[in-house]
Ligand binder design. Structure first.
Ligand SMILES: [Zn+2]
Length: 359
């Protein structure tokens, strides 16, 4: 039996080859050419052997960039959307999307996943009736993107829960880096000064260095300045300003106690503060060396885990508040949008066309 392998000249002969794979290659290249005028069958055949595993990435790059630019253009006058997308498309902000739910740390219940995805993709939450009011103080108007429900003072314990769960996960991260880490007790600062109102969240001990005090903060990137359109939202600015604020509050007091201080800042929409990321990368590199392993799997695991913990918790808080917004079905089952069928239909129509952007 003779197997037909395409000859190089058959591959180069545009559309003439009888082999379906080669014809499909020509069609694909024609489509890519729309976005990248430098691409041709010939140019792809010249790709270095070492680059071949990256071939898909190389050939699709311009398409991806084109689509992203097109998407950003479509939201350029929407400050809130720009702020959400800016925070969510950082590598830490999007790490959770790549987590395969093989371990408990990577599992999201379907209602949490839907809410987290809607938060990310700017899709209105069907459970929020447009222009309805929240039942919290002052009855503010609810936005269908759920920003108010992320910050709402009603059921405030949910906001605290996000913070506490993240703090706990970061303690676990430090333990897995081989360090002693524990939650701060109420009287940590009061031992020296009974009037001190400072708290902090955890202590990490590293050999040969001062113990490090961490304060964990989760801030919403959609601030009144963003909503009121004062300038274009710049990615990372919110987290940076929180880091500076926290350092002012804690750095000196910690030093006086013989401790160093690290502000751990996250934005509800995904971004992690630069100071935490630096600390994170350093610990992972050191741990990888200690155990003689590559740092990549450690980094991937912990970025995905912390990023997912944050998004799951933000989604849970929204779901719990949504479930008690209006009179009607209440309790955990009211979280599901099937309870509000009319709203689902009207809102899924308005969300079409605005929900496409690169993950
Ligand atoms: Zn409210």
């Amino acid at each position: 039996m003779q197997v037909a392998y395409p000859d190089i000249k058959d591959i180069l002969a545009d559309g003439q080859c009888s082999l379906p794979t080669v014809r499909a290659l020509h069609t694909a290249v024609q489509q890519l050419f729309e976005f990248d005028k430098e691409i041709s069958v010939k140019s792809l055949l010249r790709v270095e052997v070492t680059q071949i595993p990256k071939l898909q990435h190389i050939s699709y790059r311009k398409v991806r960039e084109g689509k992203k630019a097109q998407f950003l253009k479509s939201i350029e006058s929407d400050n809130i959307a720009l702020a959400i997308v800016g925070s969510g498309s950082t590598s830490f902000g999007s790490a959770w999307v790549e987590a395969v739910p093989k371990a408990a740390a990577f599992v999201m219940a379907p209602p949490e996943f839907r809410t987290a995805m809607r938060n990310r993709l700017l899709i209105p939450h069907p459970q929020i009736v447009p222009n309805s009011q929240c039942s919290c103080k002052g009855n503010p108007t609810l936005d269908v993107r759920g920003i108010h429900l992320q910050k709402c003072k009603r059921l405030h314990a949910e906001t605290i829960k996000t913070h506490d769960i993240l703090n706990e996960d970061i303690i676990q991260f430090h333990k897995s880096m081989g360090l002693l880490s524990y939650k701060i007790q109420e009287d940590h600062f009061r031992i020296l000064d009974p009037s001190c109102g400072l708290r902090g969240d955890q202590i990490v001990h590293r050999a040969g260095q001062m113990p490090m005090l961490l304060d964990v903060t989760v801030s919403n990137v959609v601030t009144p300045d963003v909503t009121n359109k004062i300038g274009k939202p710049l990615t990372g600015v919110k987290a940076k300003s929180r880091e500076v604020e926290k350092a002012k509050k804690y750095q000196e007091v910690c030093r006086a106690m013989g401790q160093s201080f690290l502000p751990v800042v996250f934005e509800s929409q995904g971004l992690a503060g630069g100071q935490f990321l630096l600390h994170f990368d350093k610990l992972i590199a050191r741990r990888a060396e200690e155990i003689g392993a590559s740092s990549a799997p450690l980094k991937i695991y912990w970025s995905r885990r912390l990023s997912l913990t944050l998004q799951r918790s933000v989604a849970q808080a929204i779901n719990i508040r949504m479930a008690t917004l209006y009179t009607g079905p209440t309790g955990p089952t009211a979280v599901d949008e099937s309870v509000w069928p009319g709203v689902v239909v009207s809102q899924s129509q308005t969300s079409l066309g605005s929900s496409h952007w690169e993950l």
